[in-house]
Design a protein around this ligand. Structure first.
Ligand SMILES: Nc1ncnc2c1ncn2[C@@H]1O[C@H](COP(=O)(O)OP(=O)(O)OP(=O)(O)O)[C@@H](O)[C@H]1O
Ligand SMILES: [Mg+2]
Length: 529
């Protein structure tokens, strides 16, 4: 931190090098503290965190990005680690704990190199070299995967689900995630938009009731005012963004009515206005109406619901603005912003729209839609909110893993194998380098061992013994050797079906290196007001 009010200067201000050092040290300490906080969550035997907000909300999670996002860190460099994990979440979706743990370990290595008097720029450059080389090493140990190979995709999704709170249900959720992904992409896709897979949460039942729906699911019930229909076959779906209630003036106004007949006229006018709108809707042939939630006034009122029920139109209200695009893509209904443009060609279609009773409350299910194949819905169920939320986050991770495979079709073995292989190959490669670079790359290689070490530690194994054995196996050319946390020893991890997409590892290493380099280059913190 800049010290104010220093003694007189002669000549330009030269920063005290000890101060520079202490800034760098404190930055490293703060960032390492964050990395240490999530270390225990790594791997299938990692612990979960319970996060309590001041409002009394509780979240239980194992997801690195979620833990860090909820943690209130104030130190600026500690925040960089939070951002690092968030960028891994965007880039790969999984590996958000790994990236933070690797960054922490690289910072540790950098700290020791700095203490030995190596200049930060040299460390930073060497780390970049090592990270580039790691990508090559990872690529060479990965195996290509075909999108038509459903079994292989399920293995990758299961690996990501195995380290979550809901790991017991991985065998059910992984195939669901794979089927969801396969139904929206084909063999030639190079990327998928995860917004085409809606993950809808509904309390009640157990995780085993989670299902894949080719269509739409609304977690709110249909309107029951005036005993309207709750089941419509051959649905013509209208999606409206305007309100079916009496208009309000733009500015706050009071109208004083002193006469009963005037009162009567106002009510009649309102009735007529709403009835006209409902008639127009009926005329277009619409028999299911989805109404967007409005913040200005009631999107529907008693009167309009009553008329719509009489016309045998099923109404689902409180549709979120964000869901409009998805609904539109799925059932082909175009959003309608004005009653005057409510025409038959804007309506969507579905074979069946029906309200169903589930464990807790009701849902409306739309099936037999023309857009099936473009979008899909995953209906998550769980008996309590904490598990339900975590189940949604875990499914998101599994879908991201599958997206990684669509983007880059390579799989690497898990269980610490890629990190150990990188570590071994990098230290071999370091011999071809000169001087300080060799020293730094070797430190980088050693730092990579943190992942197998932590996996073993979290599984309650003798970490030093296991890591040494793993190192020996990799030195002997066995690239698929990994830590088998179930058997508690080193085995061929591919036989255990533990596979991780290449992209998760490459992006973890490159993002962690980038973050560490940024931190190393900072020599002062200037606080502005
Ligand atoms: N059955 C298993 N045996 C051994 N290692 C495993 C197994 N399943 C997963 N792993 C390893 O666990 C690590 C992933 O752990 P985890 O999912 O907790 O963290 P992450 O993927 O880095 O972060 P997050 O999932 O929170 O975004 C990977 O290194 C993977 O190789
Ligand atoms: Mg994971």
């Amino acid at each position: 931190m800049s010290t104010a009010g220093q003694a007189k200067f002669t000549g330009p201000k030269q920063k005290d090098s000890s101060q520079e050092k202490s800034v760098r040290e404190s930055n490293i300490v703060a960032a390492k503290a964050v990395a240490d906080a999530v270390r225990t969550s790594l791997g299938p035997r990692g612990m979960d965190k319970m996060i309590c907000s001041p409002q009394g909300e509780v979240v239980i999670t194992n997801d690195g990005a979620t833990i860090l996002k909820q943690m209130e860190v104030s130190h600026p460099t500690a925040k960089m680690l939070v951002d690092l994990s968030a960028s891994q979440d965007v880039e790969a979706g999984d590996g958000t704990t790994t990236v933070t743990v690797i960054a922490g370990s690289l910072l540790n290595a950098a700290e020791q190199l700095l203490r030995k008097g190596i200049h930060p720029t040299v460390i930073s450059d060497s780390f970049l070299l090592a990270s580039k080389k790691s990508e090559e090493i990872l690529k060479s140990m990965s195996v290509p995967v075909d999108l038509s190979d459903r079994e292989q995709l399920i293995k990758a999704a299961s690996t990501s689900l195995n380290s979550k709170v809901i790991s017991n249900n991985a065998s059910l959720l992984a195939p669901l995630a794979v089927d969801a992904m396969l139904s929206i992409c084909d063999a030639n896709s190079t990327n998928v938009d995860l917004r085409d897979i809606a993950v809808v949460k509904k309390l009640g039942g157990t995780i085993d009731d989670t299902e894949l729906v080719k269509g739409l699911v609304f977690t709110q019930k249909a309107s029951h005012a005036g005993s309207g229909p709750t089941k419509v076959a051959n649905a013509k779906i209208g999606l409206i963004q305007f309100c079916l209630s009496a208009p309000k003036t733009d500015v706050e106004q009071n109208i004083v009515v002193s006469d009963y007949s005037q009162m009567d006229r106002i009510l009649k006018e309102e009735r007529k206005y709403i009835l006209d709108m409902c008639k127009k809707i009926q005329k277009s042939g619409c028999n299911v109406l989805l109404v967007q939630k409005s913040i200005l006034r009631d999107a529907v009122n008693e009167l309009s619901l009553h008329f719509l029920a009489k016309m045998k139109i099923l109404v689902v209200k409180d549709i979120d603005r964000e869901d409009i695009e998805f609904i539109s893509k799925t059932c082909g209904a175009m959003p309608i912003a004005n009653i005057d443009t409510f025409h038959a060609e804007k309506l969507g279609k579905a074979d069946m729209v029906a309200e169903q009773t589930t464990g807790e409350g009701k849902i409306v299910r739309v099936s037999g839609v023309p857009g099936a194949g473009k979008t899909v819905t995953l209906l998550c169920k769980a008996s309590n909110k904490l598990v339900l939320d975590e189940s949604e986050r875990s499914l998101h991770d599994a879908l991201c893993v599958l997206r990684c495979l669509v983007k880059k079709r390579f799989l690497t073995p898990g269980g610490g194998a890629p990190e150990m292989q990188c570590s071994y190959q990098l230290s071999k490669w370091a011999n071809s380098l000169e001087g300080q670079h060799q020293y730094c790359v070797r430190a980088f290689a050693e730092a990579m061992e943190v992942v197998p070490y932590t996996l073993a530690e979290n599984a309650g194994l003798d970490a030093i013994q296991v890591v040494t054995e793993l190192r020996n196996r990799h030195a002997g050319g066995d690239t698929a050797a990994g830590i088998n946390v179930r058997k508690g020893r080193v085995t061929n991890i591919l036989e255990e079906n533990v596979v991780v997409p290449l992209l998760v590892h490459t992006s973890a290493i490159s993002l962690a290196t980038e973050c560490v380099r940024l931190i190393l280059k900072i020599d002062d913190i200037v606080v502005t007001r």
